[in-house]
Design a protein around this ligand. Sequence first.
Ligand SMILES: Cc1cc2nc3c(=O)[nH]c(=O)nc-3n(C[C@H](O)[C@H](O)[C@H](O)COP(=O)(O)OP(=O)(O)OC[C@H]3O[C@@H](n4cnc5c(N)ncnc54)[C@H](O)[C@@H]3O)c2cc1C
Length: 247
Amino acid sequence: MPESKLHVELLNMTQEPVKVIFSACRQCYSASSAYDIYKSCFDKGDAAKQEDFIKEIVSSGHETPLEHVSMSFAAEGISRTCSHQLVRHRLASYSQQSQRYVKESDFDYIVPPNVKNDKELLNIFEATMRQIQNSYNTAVEMLKKKGKKGESCNEDARFLLPGAAETKIVVTMNCRELIHFFKQRCCARTQWELRALANAMRDICRQVLPAVFENADAKCVSLGYCPEGAKFTCGRFPLKEEVLKKK
Ligand SMILES: Cc1cc2nc3c(=O)[nH]c(=O)nc-3n(C[C@H](O)[C@H](O)[C@H](O)COP(=O)(O)OP(=O)(O)OC[C@H]3O[C@@H](n4cnc5c(N)ncnc54)[C@H](O)[C@@H]3O)c2cc1C
């Protein structure tokens, strides 16, 4: 039952993303077809010009052309608690490791940093994980004795598994949704584990598609203020009320 750590990889993304977004957007203001514009990007295209154009549309909030490019990430070493929050984002596709088909006879788990930093609490946490594992294994055996097989044992025994249990998930979002996701989930108010996942995905996005994601971050960064209120603000930006009062 080892402790598990967050790991995120980009599985795949729409090919030629800059050219796809550029031609979709350019077509809105042109008599030419998007396909002709796309082809001309290869023939005599100026990559820097295309990227500048995209940066402009991103900063102006004209975001629909960004929906034509999608990115798929493989995330592992996250808890079921984290994935439960992730899948609340509806404009996305998910494929998650099943606790029915994959037997959790030696499940990995995530330890929150505040637990890890407290020896006494960590001992309680780890003892609980071992106890849950024993109960899970016992439940599988007892269900087997009742004549249940394979996933029908796992599907009932998994009710005992903790929110800390490690999971693996593939998530696909288009660039517009990714920006929205980062605005919400790179925010310091977001739960630490989902924030770590969002930050890792954002770092990959910035690396592979800077024209779209160079300024992708928590919403306060683009707003210039924190809308979360005095009770929840992390203090990185002034409160919304303070900024509006000055105007
Ligand atoms: C700090 C924080 C604390 C939270 N706490 C809680 C909590 O205590 N309880 C809880 O239940 N949730 C909580 N959430 C989750 C939150 O309520 C949202 O479910 C989650 O953040 C997804 O946001 P979304 O709906 O904007 O995004 P997405 O589902 O990713 O949708 C993106 C955007 O598409 C549009 N959209 C999507 N679906 C619809 C629709 N059906 N109708 C109209 N427009 C739509 C909206 O503009 C939406 O913003 C929390 C989130 C954060 C960031």
